[in-house]
Design a protein around this ligand. Structure first.
Ligand SMILES: Cc1ncc(COP(=O)(O)O)c(C=O)c1O
Length: 398
């Protein structure tokens, strides 16, 4: 067996199962789950119909590069949403089966295992665990940049030692971030592009929450648009990852895309051809419909905004809570240890939230997820409100 498999960490939800093992939740409260970031709003009828209407696609093998229809729908969306006129749908865009598999696969494409010193992959901390597993299975070593309240959850990339940058081959950015909801600013992108030029590493920008924002007139800046604003017209060493899962409430469709530097995408396509990761033609057709419609997305955004508007004031009766820049997460500082907080909340109120320490690693003597919990506002509005009441009652009792 591949010995690197033993280096993989248990997934946060597995650790939560162990944490809750033997705990009997309150039977006077019906269960409410807010630990998983799985979208729960109904899939729009437009997309259900598009799937039903395209079942003929099941009869043929798909091309890994995707259909022209899908790639041009994604191009049109990138122009509309990120003002990326002239982006090339043939060479600068590639459909993928959700961003997760692509975030994993990109490390297998980019990393030169034989490098001396051994390759490093820089990851935010706390973070989406796929980045770490991707690095390890590509033969690299993850290096963590702590996202803390002290650095406004933006990380201090200038403080990363030069020896680390010299060995870095890939850097993951998550914007809007899971779990903090923080959006990477233009100034930060400028820093990251400068470092990428100087030390010759690839930037993978995970933007799967980019459409879940609050101010309809001020959508989050994407990395490709940031690159263009600095005159990087070929998106040098940059690739972004986007997804329909959260935007369109179709996590089961497994549909997303990557876009950016065509030299990277050429190698990525080669890798994917061997890996056999082409998207079903049925879902390619339905995905094109999804990327071409914004009305269902703005309705989706509105539903999340309403939840934040109702939930946050209730939570603030008990604890200081900040509204994130974007995403559907609340990242809340706990008055006691995060694991104990989550376990007791489950026991006394049958409400599940994720301990932040499970999303982080100890780096520089600190796990920046410790002392926080992540709450995903994915349940119905009524359930979210009920959860907020229970949460506040529990926090007040501590
Ligand atoms: C930060 C982040 N990136 C990527 C993904 C993967 O999403 P999908 O594969 O559905 O596009 C998730 C899923 O929860 C996530 O939280």
């Amino acid at each position: 067996m591949n010995p690197d498999l033993s280096l993989l960490q248990p997934y946060p939800f597995e650790r939560m199962r162990s944490l809750f093992n033997g705990v009997v939740p309150s039977s006077s409260h019906r269960p409410i789950q807010m630990h998983i970031g799985e979208p729960k709003h109904p899939t729009p009828e437009l997309l259900l119909k598009a799937v039903r209407d395209s079942t003929a696609g099941l009869a043929s093998y798909p091309a890994t590069s995707g259909s022209e229809n899908l790639r041009s729908a994604i191009r049109d969306w990138l122009v509309l949403r990120h003002d990326l006129a002239n982006i090339d749908p043939t060479n600068e865009i590639l459909p993928v089966n959700g961003s997760r598999e692509a975030l994993f696969a990109i490390a297998q494409v980019v990393i030169r295992r034989s490098a001396k010193p051994p390759p490093i992959v820089v990851c935010p901390n706390p973070f989406y665990q796929i980045y770490e597993g991707a690095a390890i299975l590509a033969g690299a070593v993850p290096y963590f940049v702590n996202m803390t309240a002290a650095n406004n959850f933006a990380g201090d990339y200038e403080a990363v030692p030069e020896t680390i940058w010299q060995a870095t081959q890939l850097l993951y950015v998550c914007s809007p971030a899971n779990p903090t909801g923080r959006i990477t600013t233009s100034k930060q992108w400028e820093t990251l592009f400068r470092l990428s030029d100087k030390y010759d590493f690839v930037i993978a920008s995970d933007e799967c929450y980019s459409e879940l924002y609050f101010d309809g007139n001020d959508p989050p800046l994407g990395a490709l648009a940031a690159a263009r604003s600095f005159g990087r017209h070929n998106f040098e060493r940059l690739i972004v990852f986007s997804s329909l899962s959260k935007r369109s409430n179709v996590p089961g469709m497994r549909s997303g895309f990557v876009a950016g530097d065509k030299r990277i995408l050429k190698d990525f396509l080669l890798y994917r051809t061997y890996h056999g990761s082409a998207m079903s033609p049925t879902f390619q057709t339905a995905s094109a419909v999804a990327w071409r419609d914004e009305s269902h997305v703005s309705l989706n955004r509105h539903q999340y905004s309403e939840k934040f508007a109702r939930v946050v004031p209730l939570l603030r009766e008990a604890l200081p809570v900040s509204i994130p820049d974007a995403s559907f997460y609340l990242w809340i500082k706990t008055p006691i240890e995060d694991t104990e907080f989550a376990r007791e909340l489950y026991r006394r109120y049958n409400l599940t939230v994720l301990p932040g320490s499970f999303l982080g690693r100890t780096h520089g003597g600190e796990n920046p997820g410790a002392g926080y919990i992540r709450m995903a506002l994915v349940a119905t509005l009524d359930e979210c409100e009920e959860a907020a009441r229970r949460f506040a009652e529990f926090a007040k009792s501590l």
